[in-house]
Design a protein around this ligand. Structure first.
Ligand code: ATP
Length: 360
């Protein structure tokens, strides 16, 4: 386990005037680099050779320096991490970074300072712990079923780890669960299916609000909201699919994101949810959720938001708003993306000599 004292020691050796912002070239990296440059930081992109050209195509979004890796395993080598330390690097973890390097590896072997509390990786990566956190927050959640025999309503069956909905299926009964699980076993390796999670399917409209919790300004900001395009559940209606067909062919692979806003009268509910998630995180794994996070929820026709997942880091849905959003314009005078907001927090922390409060 990488101890916080080790990170603090690395931070003490850093020259705070020469901090560089680093991340993996994927997911929300353009926004992170663009925002860091707007905030006056140098940027480093950890990149596979075949990916560099795409980033070079965006002069304002590309990093100033690339560290090229042939395989993501190299990121964990001591030599690679030393290169990052030499550059006073602060890593911004995004979904692909966590997925490719591995949450457990980041906790145990990655000694480069990262923005945000690394304890959160374990809480969001394990669906049981994640649900414990959300229960503690006291917000409305879908019912979960321990055993397939208990299924008494439409449920979505999920597998562990953030895989963008891969392999999920719907079932309304124990028998339907067994049939579909059999099909899933043919398609996916057993290892991926071993830990499943049965959750009530919530009927309504999906809203994924993006928040930012700032320990420096001591406030929760509602930054933006998106909804995901998912294939092929979002296309099935175009062929007039029946409920049976939707249950058989619906899949939840994320392919893109759409911008959305909620009725203004619903904003207090979103603030309540965000506040409770942060409060519970402080109780469970102090200093809790720091920086960007997203609460994935479905709004029912009784105007209740039911939360089915929390992403405890920058989400790709924020890529819709590189110049700010319908909400961030009421928070900051200048165009403020979530990527830029992260760098702003680092800047505020440097000014207050509180870098160790946001970097772990
Ligand atoms: P990621 O980690 O990338 O967010 P994931 O693999 O953890 O993805 P979820 O976000 O839990 O998957 O779910 C994927 C999609 O399945 C959601 O975007 C949503 O469309 C649908 N979904 C998940 N849970 C529910 C639910 N309880 N009710 C209705 N739809 C749901």
């Amino acid at each position: 386990m990488i101890e916080k004292s080790e990170i603090d020691e690395a931070l003490r050796r850093y020259d705070s005037r020469k901090i560089t912002v680093a991340t993996l070239c994927s997911h929300s990296a353009l926004q992170i680099f663009f925002g860091a440059k707007q905030e006056g930081f140098r940027t480093i992109g950890i990149c596979k050779p075949e990916t560099k050209k795409a980033y070079d195509s965006f002069p304002l979004g590309k990093p100033e320096e690339y560290l090229i890796v042939k395989s993501y395993d190299e990121i964990l080598s001591d030599a690679f991490q030393e290169e990052l330390l030499k550059r006073n690097a602060v890593i911004i973890p995004h979904g692909s970074f966590v997925e490719y390097v591995g949450a457990k590896n980041l906790e145990k072997k990655f000694f480069v300072p990262m923005f945000g509390n690394r304890k959160v990786l374990d809480w969001e990566g394990d669906r049981d712990k994640e649900m414990f956190w959300l229960k503690k927050a006291g917000i409305p959640l879908p019912k979960t079923f321990e055993s397939p025999e208990d299924i008494d309503r439409l449920c979505v069956i999920k597998f562990h780890g953030a895989k963008g909905g891969k392999g999920f299926f719907l079932a309304e009964s124990g028998e339907e669960f067994e049939e579909k699980m059999e099909e899933a076993r043919k398609k996916f390796p057993e290892a991926e299916l071993s830990k499943h999670f049965i959750q009530e399917y919530i009927l309504g409209v999906r809203y994924y609000p993006h928040y930012f919790y700032s320990p420096i300004l001591n406030r929760i900001e509602l930054f933006s909201i998106d909804r995901r395009d998912e294939s092929n559940i979002d296309g099935l209606h175009r062929i007039g699919a029946t409920k049976d067909e939707i249950q058989s062919f619906g899949s939840y692979v994320v392919t893109g994101n759409l911008p959305v806003v909620v009725r203004e009268s619903l904003l207090p509910k979103l603030f309540d949810i965000g506040g409770r998630v942060v409060k519970a995180s402080l109780d469970l794994f102090a200093p809790g959720m720091i920086g960007p996070f997203c609460v994935e929820s479905v709004c029912r026709d009784d105007l209740e938001f039911i939360t089915f997942e929390v992403s405890a880091r920058i989400v790709a849905g924020t890529n819709l708003y590189p110049l700010g959003s319908q909400y961030s314009c009421y928070l900051f005078e200048e165009p403020m993306s979530t990527g830029r907001r992260i760098s702003r927090e680092i800047n505020l922390a440097i000014k207050d000599k509180r870098l160790a409060d946001v970097i772990f």
